[in-house]
Design a protein around this ligand. Structure first.
Ligand code: HEM
Length: 399
């Protein structure tokens, strides 16, 4: 009988992936698992197999493929809609992705650093002026991530908090289909209006430039552009916000590491520490979904064309053959490539932006509020169990 997927996390060890993945990594690193709709895609838990799978062009992220392993009803519901490029067949995915990459280079994202610093400082000023304890997610992590992605895309900040609530419904593993459909309708409407406004008068913003360069000359349709910006908003704030929150939890639970982090001055050391936090937490804890276009052999298993594949990044990032003592947070660990932002073709588009934000957030937060601490025992933090991104519903902190 197949193992079921996903496995529940042990809330007593909120930062660790479910222990079952470690068992599978040892005993059956590429094995079929049973998901909510009764289908049995292959689950990959080892780092080497995960890298191989994510880099293999025969395994693709096409949501419309009949064999695609949708890990939730919400994921399946999206199939009936116009999908953003990341979930489309190769031939449509590649050209649309190429339209964006030059906008997200490290150099261009670095130019946003002063604005990100201002946004972080303003949120901390507001926190320090208000009462405590405070919910760090609502008062800091979500607003900062949302404001930054709005600024980078060139979207009005005012609409964004409402859009976030809608995108959480879409990212939920348990939301009823009707709720997901309603949320998708509202999101679609907003992003269509954003594109239409820019078609009439393209702004000097990322959205405006993509509209001027791709939509107006007829290389990208308006609905495709709307789906693209919706993905950028969704992927561009959720993982970052929850990584801010879980990164803070990880550092507060490891005071020796936090002291080390505070003492760091060398930018390379700081960026290695951020990578270790990303590895340790791995907020994208729902498996990356792929379908085999041809027969593929992975980890000694024969995967047939049309079968689904799930790549469990959180398990691969705790693979002891790559990261000695993988369950230890060690900010001075010898750097090894981790998979927190994916690998291969679908590697995170916003990687450079995310790394700058994480650095600014953790450095500034612990410098400006040196006594920051959890306001409740870690067991009382309401960690999310039912969403694709790992995080806390609320994160009560004080200082
Ligand atoms: C800590 C923050 C972040 C984490 C942990 C993260 C993680 C990931 C991961 C794991 C993937 C790979 C998906 C796959 O292989 O199926 C991905 C893809 C993506 N990310 Fe991020 N991400 C973060 C921040 C951002 C930001 C700030 C943006 C801003 C635009 C962004 C935009 C995207 C997009 C558009 C994709 C799809 C890429 C493709 O399929 O080609 N992400 N991200």
């Amino acid at each position: 009988m197949s193992d079921s997927y996903p496995k529940p996390r042990d809330l007593r060890r909120p930062l660790d992936p479910p222990a079952d993945y470690k068992r599978l990594q040892r005993e059956a690193p590429v094995c079929p698992v049973k998901i909510w709709d009764g289908s049995t895609p292959w689950l990959i838990t080892r780092h080497a197999d995960a890298c191989e799978a994510l880099a293999d062009p025969r395994l693709c992220g096409d949501f419309t493929h009949p064999g695609f392993p949708h890990t939730s009803p919400a994921s399946k519901a999206r199939r009936a809609r116009l999908l953003p490029f990341a979930f489309r067949p190769e031939a449509e995915y590649r050209p649309q992705r190429a339209m964006l990459l030059h906008e997200f280079t490290s150099r261009k994202m670095e130019a946003w650093r002063p604005a990100i610093q201002r946004t972080v400082d303003e949120a901390i000023n507001a926190m320090l002026a208000g009462p405590r304890p405070i919910d760090l997610m609502a008062a800091f992590a979500l607003p900062v991530a949302i404001r930054v992605i709005c600024d980078v895309l060139g979207m009005p900040r005012e609409d964004a908090e409402h859009l976030h609530v809608l995108s959480r419904t879409v990212g939920s593993r348990t939301a009823p289909k009707e709720a997901v459909e309603r949320a998708l309708d509202a999101l679609d409407g907003f992003f269509h209006r954003l594109v239409a406004t820019n078609v009439r008068a393209p702004g000097d913003t990322l959205v405006g430039r993509v509209v001027a360069e791709q939509v107006l000359p007829g290389k990208l349709s308006e609905p495709d552009a709307a789906a693209m910006f919706q993905l950028l908003f969704h992927a561009g704030h959720g993982p970052s916000a929850y990584m801010f929150g879980m990164g803070v939890v990880a550092l507060l639970l490891h005071p020796d590491q936090l002291d080390r982090f505070r003492a760091m001055e060398d930018p390379r050391e700081i960026s290695a520490a951020i990578q270790e936090l990303l590895r340790f937490v791995t907020v994208s804890h729902s498996a990356r979904q792929r379908v085999a276009l041809e027969d593929v052999t992975l980890g000694g298993q024969h995967i047939r064309a049309g079968e689904g594949v799930l790549v469990q990044l959180s398990a691969a990032n705790r693979d002891e053959t790559v990261f000695p003592e993988p369950d230890r947070l060690d900010l001075q660990r010898e750097p090894r490539p981790n998979l927190a932002m994916g690998h291969g073709m679908h590697l995170c588009t916003g990687r450079a932006l995310a790394l700058i934000q994480l650095e600014v957030v953790f450095r500034t937060l612990f410098r400006r509020i040196p006594t920051l601490r959890l306001a409740v025992p870690v067991e009382d933090i309401p960690f999310k169990q039912d969403e694709n991104i790992l995080g806390a519903h609320e994160l009560p902190v004080t200082w």
